[in-house]
Design a binder for this molecule. Sequence first.
Ligand code: PRX
Length: 649
Amino acid sequence: MSETQATEARTFEPPQELAAQANVGPDVYAEAEGDRPAFWAKAAGRLTWETPWDEVLDWSNPPFAKWFVGGKLNVAYNCLDRHVEAGHGDQVAYHWEGEPGDTRTFTYAQLTEEVCRAANALTELGVQAGDRVAIYLPMIPEAVISMLACARIGAVHMVVFGGFSADALASRITDAGATLVITSDGGYRRGSASALKPAVDDAVERTEGVRNVLVVKRTGQDVAWSEGRDLWWDDVVAKQSSEHTAEAFDAEHPLYIMYTSGTTAKPKGILHTSGGYLTQVAYTHWAVFDLKPDTDVFWTAADVGWVTGHSYIVYGPLANRATSIMYEGTPETPHRGRWFELIEKYRVTILYTAPTVIRTFMKWGADVPEGFDLTSLRLLGSVGEPINPEAWLWYHKNIGGGRCPIMDTWWQTETGAHMLTPLPGVTSLVPGSAQHPFPGIAAKVVDDEGNELSDDSTGLLVLTEPWPSMLRTIWGDDDRYVDTYWSRFGKTVYFAGDGAKKDADGNIWLLGRVDDVMNVSGHRISTTEVESSLVGHPAVAEAAVVGASDPTTGQGIVAFVILRESGTDSGDELVQTLRSHVAKDIGPIAKPRQIMVVQELPKTRSGKIMRRLLRDIAENRELGDVTTLTDSSVMNMIKDKLPAAPSED
Ligand code: PRX
């Protein structure tokens, strides 16, 4: 992957017209470099604070940062009321489109009223500042309304992607200690109604502390009902007053928890707080996408269940008074031109999506986008995994008409907002590279000892200064926070977990994860999590999982399993059962692409599974060094046993 990336030599200059009117120009780098805290203080000044801060950054107890110390603000007020008060109440905040083609439009005034009603409803249900609220919803407006209602009353939202299983939901509800779950009967996906409520019923039964389940009616399908616990959204929210006075909270008041996969089977609850987070998501959204609130139509084509949705569907765009698109369904429903139809219909000017989608579009062919008018687009974005130059060039030509700069943004659930990215009016674009640290961000590529590497050497990406939207801790586990991110190179250097290299022109190239985390279609999945699901099945004795490169999804999940009884059927039926088992356990995104039943796994003398060798096999490569194996004949045995073709779907 790295080799093809690093050989792309063409560069693309910023379009002149865009550069002439860009929200930020080239001076921003020197300004930020000169006085980092002053730079971020100016960015925070774009928000409305009830109480000004005394100190921009308190880094006296690293790695526990405090930003805008003593400042107070309300996040929802910053996203809603202040725009209405400034006379923009009639501006559209969201054009929402359901998969079946139904639509809803919310102006800033209407969205503010809905959020106030929901905030009053939550208060009536006994939710208080600091309480955790789980949100398990499809991509419908109530997802955004629920998040903002929490923010408004200081409750901490914990959104769980609707594609996750009841198990995954239960463990997150327990870890976060949520007392309320907001869900719906179901949502539309790939042309049919898929249920959500049964997973909530299942999850809540296995947890303690959930008092109520608030249910939005989306599909009208039948739902089981627990009297006293379950409440319809329409019954509770619609009757509330549309007025609610937002209370200001401390800049470090928790805003949300978002679970992400780590190197162990237990997902980490990444905690984000209020002032610093909103400062950086709002400022990056404005600078990187050159957002012009009066004329742009902005579309982050992602799910609110991921950090990309939190930062660039909800908080960044609303803080900047953007008009956004929200779409419920998948790109191929009811036809492969669905996204392009939406771009044409709403005259979308900025599109932000993931490389895996672009590679899927490539597979479908350029004649699909050609059938639509995409001339409204002026800027494109990419996020979630490295974008290979071929996909970059295809995106540029076939969706961007050759005129739209592409912002390849590197960041993580943990970083909260963009960290490495070009700037649209400033940077000569190099396809395949996320290029430079955003102004006010300090990044380096270092070797295993933490020494900065010379050009073109491959090493590890680290962040050497704190940033406003950084995670503050792992929910309930400060030690794990320190261990995971701040122990490898000391307490002031953040270890991102990504391999990287810097070229002679100062461009940073991301080379994928260096830990046991896979990146499948831009989603992080831990190898250990899939392994423990597999060994949880009665037929499996041992499992090893690797991420093998995949032309569409970036990486595909490949599992090697040893069965408990040698006589057990190792045929296709069992493989399908195991694949479904993982999908049910974790969620469909974790379903292995391929499962190989083997007699042995390659292990070092200390008993560690050598995933590197399994990856070689999964990717059909010559085997690397096998000398550290206890028994090098194991690899031949595995190779001999391989099934001919991977299973599809
Ligand atoms: O490996 C990097 C990859 O995605 C990881 C973060 O995943 P997650 O927390 O789920 O957040 C995804 C959306 C921000 C990173 O550690 N990654 C993300 N963006 C890029 C990327 N790799 C290369 N280039 C990117 N632009």
